[in-house]
Design a protein around this ligand. Structure first.
Ligand SMILES: [Zn+2]
Length: 412
């Protein structure tokens, strides 16, 4: 027998999961711990049980589907990703890594492979920051990057805490039990769409990730003074939106002048209060997102933004306060996992390139407790987090095949 991916089945499962959504086709919306998310999880658990995998869930809803190895207490070879989706997203994002991982395991089973180390498919909770304002809650807790106390303080927009929401969704137990011991994993590999244009542009079907960029994010609150758009003369104004405009451009400048193309900074949200045509903006909330492969350079940009804030605040007599949401270190992928992926590509004579992941993923956090690497496949126009996100069945099957080979070599 030869290792073969059932591409038709994998495609139909991706469609089936996409149909469990709070948005109309082709858009997918699946926010963590909503009834829709729970239905999607139940559907996935059924598929895992059909494959003979033993399923367990932890207190935050991370779901482990295990194919037991012949040496019972040896460290686990893991794969997986997330199935939550931001509002109006597409159907591939984390799903390819979860269903592709499941199909990789089934392909190995059909091939008669018997793993020595257990192979575990992992569905990680809330990779997307939609509900609680911070991404990768499951993998952060699992790796000890987020403390249970800090997790308990997180609230959604309805002021419901993580504990309230997870318990209502049926995930009891203590958050303290989520953290996995060091040495739990022998290796972890995450299959994912690139979410960028490099592979498609270079016509290369596979990317092996060697580094994952370091993200930092903050909320910025600017408070000035409101007033009537006709009545308050220009010298007397303390317009919060004008101050925000200067700050947004300072963010851009800080990233552009960092000295590296790998530095990126984004202000993606701007809430203006009171938001009326004839009223001077008195309050503005901004989001800030800065990423880099180099931690010192990323932090220098954050400091540059802080410095600019102080200058703008003084000059315009507005208050600018910033609340840091996360500032994570970058991850270097593990040589042995990168090599296992490389050998798998070479075995099938698939062309590949090494690359950096500029988006962050659960693997960034799992890297704190396990050797990790990621495998990227192309997605059309580099689009992701939108309804027209697309990866071809051929590219997905190729990724799943390389993943299967890699899981086999790591667990043999
Ligand atoms: Zn993702």
């Amino acid at each position: 027998m030869t290792l073969a991916i059932d591409s038709a089945r994998l495609s139909s499962e991706i469609d089936a999961l996409a149909s469990i959504s709070d948005a109309d086709v082709p858009a997918v919306t699946r926010i963590v711990f909503t009834p829709t998310d729970l239905r999607a999880r139940a559907w996935l658990i059924e598929r895992c049980r059909e494959a003979g995998l033993a399923v367990r869930q932890d207190a935050i809803g991370n779901t482990f589907a295990r194919w037991n190895g012949s040496v019972s207490d040896s460290p686990v070879v893991g794969t997986g990703s997330h199935i939550d989706a931001i509002p109006n997203a597409g159907k591939y994002d984390g799903v390819v890594g979860v269903l592709g991982g499941l199909e990789a395991i089934r392909a190995l089973q059909r091939d008669g492979f018997r793993p020595r180390n257990s192979v575990e498919l992992l569905l990680l909770t809330s990779e997307e920051p939609t509900r609680f304002g911070i991404g990768c809650i499951g993998s952060r807790l699992l790796s000890g990057t987020l403390s249970p106390d800090a997790a308990r303080k997180l609230k959604d927009s309805e002021e419901k805490s993580v504990d309230e929401v997870r318990q209502a969704a049926g995930f009891g137990g203590e958050l303290e039990e989520v953290k996995l011991p060091r040495g739990y994993y022998k290796a972890f590999v995450e299959l994912h769409i690139e979410q960028g244009p490099v592979l498609e542009r270079e016509n290369i079907p596979l990317g092996i990730v060697t580094n994952i960029a370091a993200p930092a994010s903050a909320r910025i609150l600017i408070e000035g003074a409101g007033g009537h758009a006709g009545g308050v003369l220009m010298p007397d104004r303390r317009d919060a939106l004008c101050a925000a405009s200067e700050l947004i451009l300072a963010v851009e400048t800080a990233a552009r002048t960092s000295g590296s193309i790998d530095t990126v900074a984004t202000v993606g949200m701007c809430d203006v209060f009171p938001g009326a045509v004839n009223s001077i903006p008195s309050r503005v909330r901004l989001s800030l997102d800065v990423r880099d492969t180099d931690l010192a350079r990323r932090d220098a940009v954050m400091q540059g933004v802080e410095h600019a804030s102080q200058g703008i605040s003084g000059k315009r007599s507005v208050s600018i306060r910033s609340e840091l949401l996360n500032a994570d270190a970058p991850a270097d992928c593990a040589v042995e996992v990168v090599q296992a992926l490389t050998r798998s590509c070479e075995k099938h004579r698939f062309r590949f390139r090494r690359m950096i992941s500029r988006a962050y993923h659960d693997s960034l956090f799992i890297s704190r407790i396990s050797p990790v690497a990621m495998l990227f496949i192309p997605c059309r126009n580099g689009y992701s987090h939108r309804p027209d996100e697309y990866a071809s069945p051929e590219d997905i099957a190729r990724g799943a095949l390389v993943l299967a080979e890699t899981l086999a070599s790591l667990s043999a």
